[in-house]
Design a binder for this molecule. Structure first.
Ligand code: HEC
Ligand code: HEC
Ligand code: HEC
Ligand code: HEC
Length: 150
């Protein structure tokens, strides 16, 4: 027995518990970011940070202004997909046309057209090893109007 009138093992447990809770309270105060909990269970400042990033995609209408000829063709051909689904995120090119878009390869087409049982049957697909291997897709297909013969 000591001056608190507690058995020593209980006193040690009480001190240990106080130490753990105390460490947690100090760490929580020091490590929680300033705006945490401002709006919910996340950092309030994260909203501003995310909103201030520049979008990489320019959007479906952004190309019409300078490439209306291509847009017109595409509405009669690959009409369901937007320019950037092939040409990739191009907002840098929209801001400054001297920055070229990504170079496309056959894989850009095969991403959507290589035969895959998971795709709906109505979507046109080819088996790469049987469909003119060695030749490039755009030698035979117009990329913007694949339904029209070149
Ligand atoms: C199905 C994929 C696909 C889609 C969708 C697509 N393109 Fe293309 N585009 C190509 C390919 C492949 C080329 C060939 C040149 C290359 O290697 O980059 C090309 C070439 C071009 C060129 C340069 C040559 C030319 O034909 O004038 C421009 C400009 C262009 N595309 C703009 C557009 C715009 C604008 C849209 C949307 C309306 C669009 N593309 C949609 C695949 C596509
Ligand atoms: C402000 C005008 C402008 C806008 C907007 C624009 N382009 Fe272009 N683009 C050009 C010019 C200029 C060229 C180079 C000359 C040419 O080949 O027609 C070009 C060339 C291209 C080419 C040929 C390869 C290259 O990069 O040089 C592709 C592909 C292309 N643009 C795609 C797009 C797509 C996709 C969009 C929409 C996201 C777009 N462009 C929006 C002006 C523009
Ligand atoms: C993002 C997916 C996607 C990419 C990438 C893509 N396609 Fe397509 N393709 C489609 C869809 C969806 C259709 C159905 C027609 C439409 O767009 O309305 C189609 C239709 C076609 C057709 C059938 C046209 C017809 O009606 O007979 C051919 C051929 C074709 N694409 C070739 C290509 C080639 C070549 C490329 C590469 C330059 C390519 N596709 C890239 C989605 C894609
Ligand atoms: C040597 C020319 C040639 C090349 C290269 C070629 N195709 Fe074709 N493609 C054709 C012809 C011709 C047809 C229509 C008859 C057929 O189905 O074989 C066709 C049909 C298609 C179809 C429609 C299939 C259907 O079920 O109606 C798609 C999708 C297609 N090709 C995608 C591609 C892709 C993607 C590439 C590149 C990996 C490619 N093609 C390369 C000539 C070619």
């Amino acid at each position: 027995m000591n001056r608190f009138g507690l058995p020593p093992q209980i006193l040690r447990l009480v001190l240990l518990t106080a130490l753990i809770v105390g460490t947690y309270a100090v760490a929580r105060t020091l490590l929680t970011p300033a705006t945490f909990g401002q709006y919910g269970h996340y950092r309030g400042a994260a909203l501003e940070e995310t909103a201030s990033r520049k979008p990489l995609f320019a959007g479906a209408k952004a190309c019409d202004e300078c490439h209306s000829d291509v847009s017109e063709k595409a509405t009669k051909g690959h009409k369901l997909i937007s320019c950037e689904s092939c040409h990739s995120a191009s907002s840098a090119h929209v801001r400054n046309p001297d920055i070229t878009t990504v170079k496309l390869t056959d894989n850009s087409c095969l991403r959507c057209h290589s035969s895959d049982p998971a795709r709906p049957a109505r979507h046109k697909q080819v088996t790469t090893i049987e469909h003119y291997p060695g030749d490039h897709c755009i030698e035979c297909h117009l990329p913007h109007q694949p339904n029209k013969s070149p």
